[in-house]
Design a protein around this ligand. Structure first.
Ligand code: SF4
Length: 450
């Protein structure tokens, strides 16, 4: 629960000539959990691209009149900044002449790519990685532009683009970041998660292929560069909404199976299983059911408190946890508690939670179970997992982490258990330090040495 989330994207085309702005708005509301810093959309009105962008939550960014913008092709974005500060210039979609791009992911070699494009005469106005993609497409046209993106840009990306009045979709060669699509009689939609389709009454049709460029209007697919799939496991463990389907798997079903697998691998004698809200609820319920012990909400979350990670000092973060979570002694007093969470990053938040459960919740024992393996390495593919230095599991053993957080016991799900449950090829960057692209592998080595 200490990690920041990443971006959400949507692209839509009306087959029957209807306006799409309202659908983009609804889709972005459904994807709000993927980024709360800014939002925007771009619509092609038949002659030009019209952009609407701003800082803040989707509801704050758009006014009623924005939803009346006319056009039957559009793309949208909710932003969490993987690079750059959040200035209005950095809000996506990036728009340049006849091209607009909304991007989810991270270009690990952004600086190299930027220099290359500057050499071609492009002047960068923002610090956001959709901007170079927009220039590639402007310079080389859609097919050659995407070919060059897949050949020259390292990292992970799922993108929707408008170019010369048409809608295009492409996903990186490994398909690391999610992208699904759906259709009804009026619209075809592409989005980071299926909840964006649900909210628009658009039927989920499936996962969008990696390494492929699609011209949505023509239905023409061009395979550009396909590698073995590497789905981000964190989408299942933490990011995506439980009511989403991504990579053709229900997030809720995966979380149930994660809880069950964790119960098989790391059972504990206990009186009650308590989730750390919100993500771990589903897994905590299945962990409890598998062990045959009660599940209860022992930590009540104040929804109006901001995210704790932005607090600059440890003292303030500690204070923020206290403000955010209230332990119920009615649930936990005098009992052996198992706390379930999705992951541990720095462990400072978990230490504070264990302390309030023991002291203010009056728990007799506090055991911690985590539904992912230890996070031992940073992410260079679009998820804000910090440096080696800040990641507690990159330098400490499970026992050392247990002592640090002050729990009676601590166990993580195994890498094999995670792979078995997800049942798809996953990215093992942050859990095994395995990266799939040469620039990133080299970068990881350099960062580690430092
Ligand atoms: S390194 Fe981890 S967080 Fe990053 S894409 Fe891979 S699985 Fe996801």
């Amino acid at each position: 629960m200490e990690k920041r989330e990443e971006c959400g994207i949507v692209g839509v085309y009306s087959k029957t000539g209807k306006n799409v702005a309202a659908l983009l708005y609804r889709a972005l509301i459904a994807l709000q959990h993927r980024g709360q810093d800014a939002a925007g959309f771009a619509v092609f009105d038949g002659k030009k691209i019209i952009g609407r962008r701003g800082l803040g939550l989707v509801e704050e960014v758009f006014a009623e009149k924005d939803l009346k913008v006319e056009g039957r092709i559009g793309i949208g974005h909710t932003r969490y900044p993987t690079i750059g500060n959040c200035r209005v210039e950095d809000v996506q979609p990036s728009i340049y002449k006849e091209t607009a791009v909304a991007h989810n992911g991270h270009l690990a070699n952004y600086d190299v790519v930027k220099r290359r494009l500057e050499g071609m005469g492009y002047r960068f106005k923002a610090t956001v990685d959709s901007e170079p993609l927009t220039y590639y497409i402007d310079k080389f046209g859609i097919e050659e532009g995407v070919r060059r993106i897949m050949g020259e840009c390292e990292g992970a990306y799922s993108d929707v683009a408008i170019h010369k009045g048409r809608l295009y979709v492409f996903r990186d060669p490994f398909g690391i970041r999610p992208l699904v699509w759906g259709e009804n009689k009026d619209f075809v939609m592409f989005a980071s998660e299926s909840v964006a389709l649900d909210i628009n009454d658009i039927e989920y049709k499936g996962d969008f292929e990696n390494g492929v460029l699609l011209d949505v209007i023509e239905g023409k697919k061009i395979e550009i560069l396909k590698k073995e799939r590497r789905n981000c496991m964190f989408e299942y463990v933490y990011f995506s909404r439980p009511d989403s389907i991504i990579n053709d798997k229900s997030v809720r079903d995966v979380r149930i199976a994660l809880g069950e697998q964790l119960a098989v691998e790391a059972p504990v004698k206990c009186d009650v299983v308590v989730p750390i809200p919100d993500t771990s609820r589903t897994a905590a319920a299945s962990y409890a059911a598998k062990l045959g012990v009660p599940y209860d909400e022992g930590l009540i979350k104040n929804r109006y408190i901001g995210r704790t990670f932005i607090m600059p000092t440890q003292e303030k973060r500690k204070e923020a946890v206290r403000l955010k979570l209230n332990p119920m002694k009615e649930v936990m007093g005098g009992k052996r508690i198992v706390l379930i969470d999705d992951s541990i990053v720095r462990a400072t938040t978990m230490r504070e939670i264990v302390s309030i459960v023991r002291n203010r919740g009056r728990a007799k024992e506090v055991h911690v179970r985590i539904t992912s393996p230890p996070i031992i390495a940073p992410c260079f593919y679009g998820v804000d997992i910090p440096t080696y230095k800040e990641l507690i599991a990159s330098s400490k053993s499970v026992e050392e982490i247990r002592k640090f957080i002050g729990a009676d016991s601590l166990a993580y799900l195994s890498v094999d258990g995670l792979k078995k449950v997800i049942g798809l090829p996953i990215c093992e960057g942050c859990i095994a330090g395995k990266y799939y692209t040469p620039f990133v592998s080299k970068m990881a080595e350099v960062v580690k040495q430092k």
